[in-house]
Design a protein. Structure first.
Length: 257
């Protein structure tokens, strides 16, 4: 199982789409650090390098990161089917469940890498602003960018770390959903399109009653900036992740590839 998992990670990060996504996530924060109208558009003046991760995640999460995840994870199945390498692997004495489970674990780890690249790029871009104590907030803690008074470097780091981990966790269901569609369609483009379409449709369901909105995946894609009790949101995100993951495993075990 460990060997399969390492192999899947190597294939995932060896793909051009994953490499391109990492480069973009790392370099985009450099733009926000020097964008002359950023403060006007966001109605906030950046005072510290600790605030750039929130800006970068806030811009990347609504569309870029889900798109990068959908394409790269869909390729984990679609590319192997197109190249004819998946069928020979399954003809070997390897448990099909272990094969798809290793792909699922690699897919679930991908959001953490993308978020880490985004935050690392943001922190490097924030060096000119400094990382000392400042009046305000990181955008990922109480009071968001306004804060609740002076924020120390250690407290700012804790807020950025907490927000980054929550951002990666809330993107895990997107990765599991992309893998499920990859198994169902056995085609990269179709699976990626289906994933983005599903997320878009869920966003459009804001016209439905609040009781329905509360159970939609897209209603919890801002959990990384929320404060207070996050138990309900995290449980729902876990249910989505496990549910999509189990469906992908079940479908793969019965899919003729």
């Amino acid at each position: 199982m460990l060997t399969l998992l390492i192999l899947e990670f190597r294939k995932l990060f060896g793909s051009r789409s994953a490499k391109l996504a990492l480069v973009i996530c790392f370099l985009l924060p450099m733009i926000w650090a020097f964008a002359p109208r950023l403060g006007v558009l966001m109605q906030v003046k950046l005072l510290s390098g600790w605030q750039l991760p929130a800006v970068s995640l806030g811009i990347a999460i609504p569309m870029l990161l889900p798109l990068f995840i959908a394409v790269a994870v869909a390729e984990m199945i679609g590319t192997e089917v197109a190249q004819g390498t998946l069928a020979p692997l399954l003809l070997r004495p390897v448990d099909r469940t272990k094969v798809i489970a290793s792909k699922l674990l690699a897919a679930l780890g991908y959001p953490f890498v993308l978020v880490a690249a985004t935050v690392l790029g943001a922190l490097l871009a924030g060096i000119p602003l400094g990382f000392g104590a400042f009046q305000g907030g990181t955008g990922l803690g109480p009071g968001l960018f306004q804060g609740v008074g002076e924020l120390t470097s250690s407290a700012a780091f804790a807020e950025v770390l907490r927000g980054s981990l929550l951002a990666a966790v809330m993107l895990m269901p997107v990765a599991a959903l992309a893998l499920l569609f990859g198994v169902l369609y056995l085609n990269t483009a179709a699976a990626a399109l289906a994933t983005i379409a599903a997320l878009t449709i869920m966003r459009l369901l804001v016209v439905f009653p609040e009781a329905i909105q509360r159970i939609l995946l897209t209603s919890h894609l801002d959990v990384y900036v929320r404060q207070g009790d996050l138990t309900q949101s995290l449980i729902l995100l876990l249910i989505y992740t496990v549910g999509f993951g189990l469906m992908a495993v079940y479908a793969f075990d019965r899919r003729d590839v």
